[in-house]
Design a protein around this ligand. Sequence first.
Ligand code: NAD
Ligand code: UDP
Ligand code: UDP
Length: 369
Amino acid sequence: KYYEPLRAEFQSANSGGKIPLGLKRKGLRIVVTGGAGFVGSHLVDRLIARGDNVIVVDNFFTGRKENVMHHFKNPSFELIRHDVVEPLLLEVDQIYHLACPASPVHYKHNPVKTIKTNVVGTLNMLGLAKRVGARFLLTSTSEVYGDPLQHPQVETYWGNVNPIGVRSCYDEGKRTAETLAMDYHRGAGVEVRIARIFNTYGPRMCIDDGRVVSNFVAQALRKEPMTVYGDGKQTRSFQFVSDLVEGLMRLMEGEHVGPFNLGNPGEFTMLELAQVMQQLVLVISKVGFSSLFSFFIALDLVVQETIDPNARIEFRPNTEDDPHKRKPDITKAKDLLGWEPKIPLREGLPMMVSDFRQRIFGDHKEEDT
Ligand code: NAD
Ligand code: UDP
Ligand code: UDP
């Protein structure tokens, strides 16, 4: 087993245990599949900063080299172009398995590929974990609850999923991935961890991935109307990416298999989200980004009073099988992982707006002033 000695060393280094003089802590060898994507690249940043050796495995379907290129000269970092649907031989201590498109627009683009990635890709990475004795973390999703009949969703709820719908390649794919993880755990003794992630947003999201937060931010910046699907009364809970990464790392290092809901319990209708965006854009146009501090003060002031009259909302027909409600019960993660999100929507969105603004307009001026 490659994992145990390094893990013991890691834990002693991180729990303040004494490392013998002259012996530097060796990092773990960690694979992040899907590490060039939105969540994966933020996770890689944290792991590299912690002193680990990270191998990113990605086929660049929705990921981008730009998300990880700041590590290219670092000898602790390696990038492999590889599709997880094909077998892969590596010697590692931990596997964070994120490879899979997350946006409905992307995963519906080639549904058969999506289900192969979730099933065959997860099988391969579990086979790898079994062979080398690595710990394996699956990034599952709140979509396993489908259009939930329980609210908020607790991990013990089995869900309400359409097995033959347009979202099934993703939600049934992830449900099968969870089954595979549990079967490798029970049958082959693989140490597995399962995270059920709720909607996450932040810098480095694909600009045109069709998700509601990226759409609204890009539309507001381009001065286009924000597209609200259906009546806009459906709800989601939005989590900032750094909170998720903290939760994933705690889960991996902890002793509990899960599944654990990782999400922000703040619940918003899509209309409320559009209103928050309208307010934000107004503040940005008034105060720019000259200082984050004045930004937040101004945000608070303006939010209390007005909405940008120029930021319009346009209603569009909703997509098929769209879940009506989504809100995590995170009691289990609080109790067993000591984790809860720290960044509310009104603090997270400005960081994302700033990133999108630079990528859409290539505009650094206001930040520099
Ligand atoms: P993303 O699309 O930005 O990242 C996915 C990454 O996986 C991309 O870099 C993509 O190129 C890569 N990939 C896709 N198929 C692959 C394959 N067959 N082989 C190798 N690489 C492949 O998505 P994300 O938001 O970063 O999501 C990461 C993980 O978290 C996914 O598994 C997703 O299902 C899960 N998740 C995300 C959210 C969210 O709101 N972001 C919510 C629930 C679950
Ligand atoms: N696998 C892999 N890398 C490894 C070990 C296994 O990609 O280091 C793949 C392997 O090709 C197989 C899958 O993981 O398709 C499941 O492997 P396992 O050993 O559990 O099953 P088996 O090969 O016996 O079907
Ligand atoms: N949505 C919307 N406008 C958009 C994109 C999405 O109103 O421009 C809605 C969508 O119908 C859904 C919610 O926002 O009810 C969240 O959609 P997203 O694709 O972000 O995530 P998911 O459906 O996977 O939770």
